[in-house]
Design a protein around this ligand. Structure first.
Ligand code: EPU
Length: 363
């Protein structure tokens, strides 16, 4: 994709949709560069672009006849997408804000959070409130609304463990629907919104149930190690959060410095038979048995063993400290990253007989 003739700034052709409702005043821009809105830092442009700050504005935008048939792409922090070219539809940047305490009992506090809140800022906010449950998920890029989509997880904790419910607008009807824990069908980096209901809803608010009394999760070896190195004997949510921030900063590239979308691939989950074959050939393979009898194998290890760690191909490459992360060394186009991903998938398949799939949404 080239971007000739398209300014990096929104070509200022702003459509103000003003209906009888005085509160509905939304700016829909045309030919907007998405580079500032995707953490890979890939140059791509969208035909239409709108920022939404309320449920009412979102519903009105969805009803607007000009955009009814347009393909819709919902962007939160843009930290889990790979743009591969011109997007011939409407990008809806979710910007609904607010953190509201809606209930409290002896053990728990329920917070209802606008989908557009930055995830990490929200985590810090819970720590300031003296709540625990999400400190292990510190520094995950992206927004609160995107968190349930892929059931974000890190360092022994997954979002589904604190998830209570969410509100989402159904795109075709414009109606607000409620989803509780069970109806979200959470799995490893999965939810109903990536499967059966893919592309059908826009998450506007998420309600999480946090603990009033901390229940620390230090099961992940690297956290224990950092706490020991820092001589921390008295645990606190802040100490865990700081340890996680330290680990992430030492292993994962900062998207503001080097474009990336975190783990590019999911860790493959294989059957015990497949695993036994793999382990016979590679006895040192790290692995994590799952509760259903399957085995999760770290894709980062497979990619490193296949010789890709730190490799550079044109403007793209594999991060030198975490092989699961593909990076934009500057000026990369989306299709270059896709090509690199395909080469990696092919060589992992050839060496280990295991297929690995992208975690990132390729648009
Ligand atoms: N490994 C290697 N080489 C590598 C990377 C990893 O050999 O280049 C090995 C490690 O030595 C370790 C194992 O693979 O034995 C697991 O590595 P790590 O602890 O770094 O975790 P991961 O499975 O590679 C997952 C998440 C990360 C999350 C970490 C920590 C996925 C797809 N990724 O990575 O999430 O931060 O666990 O909990 O599940 C993200 O989604 O963007 C993300 C960064």
């Amino acid at each position: 994709m080239t971007n000739q003739g398209i300014s990096h700034y929104p070509t200022i052709f702003a459509t103000f949709i003003q209906k009888t409702d005085a509160h509905y005043r939304m700016q829909v821009q045309e030919n907007v560069s998405l580079k500032p809105y995707n953490s890979f830092g890939i140059e791509a442009d969208a035909k239409y672009f709108a920022e939404v700050t309320s449920v009412a504005d979102l519903q009105k935008l969805l009803k607007d006849s000009r955009y009814l048939d347009a393909t819709k792409l919902i962007l939160g922090g843009g930290s889990n997408v790979l743009m591969t070219g011109h997007f011939d539809g409407i990008v809806i940047k979710m910007n609904i804000k607010g953190i509201e305490e809606i209930r409290k009992d002896e053990a728990h506090t329920w917070l209802r959070i606008g989908a557009g809140e930055n995830w990490h800022q929200f985590v810090l906010n819970t720590i300031d409130r003296g709540l625990s449950g999400v400190e292990n998920l510190s520094l995950i890029p992206g927004t609160v609304g995107a968190a349930p989509m892929q059931n974000i997880g890190a360092y022994g904790v997954e979002l589904c463990e604190v998830f209570e419910k969410l509100e989402a607008v159904e795109i075709s009807s414009g109606k607000v629907e409620h989803f509780d824990h069970d109806t979200c069908h959470f799995g490893y980096r999965e939810s109903i919104f990536k499967k059966e209901l893919k592309g059908r809803h826009i998450i506007t608010h998420v309600t999480l149930r946090l603990n009033n009394q901390p229940s620390f999760n230090t099961s992940y070896g690297a956290i224990k190690q950092v706490l020991e190195e820092r001589n921390i004997t008295e645990l606190s949510t802040r100490a865990i959060s700081d340890a996680v921030i330290h680990i992430r900063q030492s292993k994962l590239p900062d998207p503001r410095v080097i474009g990336n979308a975190g783990s590019f691939f999911k860790n493959p989950v294989i059957s015990i038979e497949e695993f036994n074959r793999l382990q016979a050939a590679f006895p040192e393979v790290p692995h994590y048995p799952q509760s259903d009898g399957t085995i999760k194998v770290p894709a980062g290890w497979l990619i490193e063993q296949a010789g890709w760690k730190g490799k550079r191909v044109g403007h793209t490459g594999v991060h030198d400290r975490q092989a699961l992360v593909l990076v934009n060394h500057g000026g990369a186009q989306g299709h270059e990253v896709v090509e690199l991903a395909k080469s990696i998938q092919a060589s992992v398949k050839e060496k280990f007989g295991i297929g690995i799939r992208p975690e990132v949404n390729i648009i």
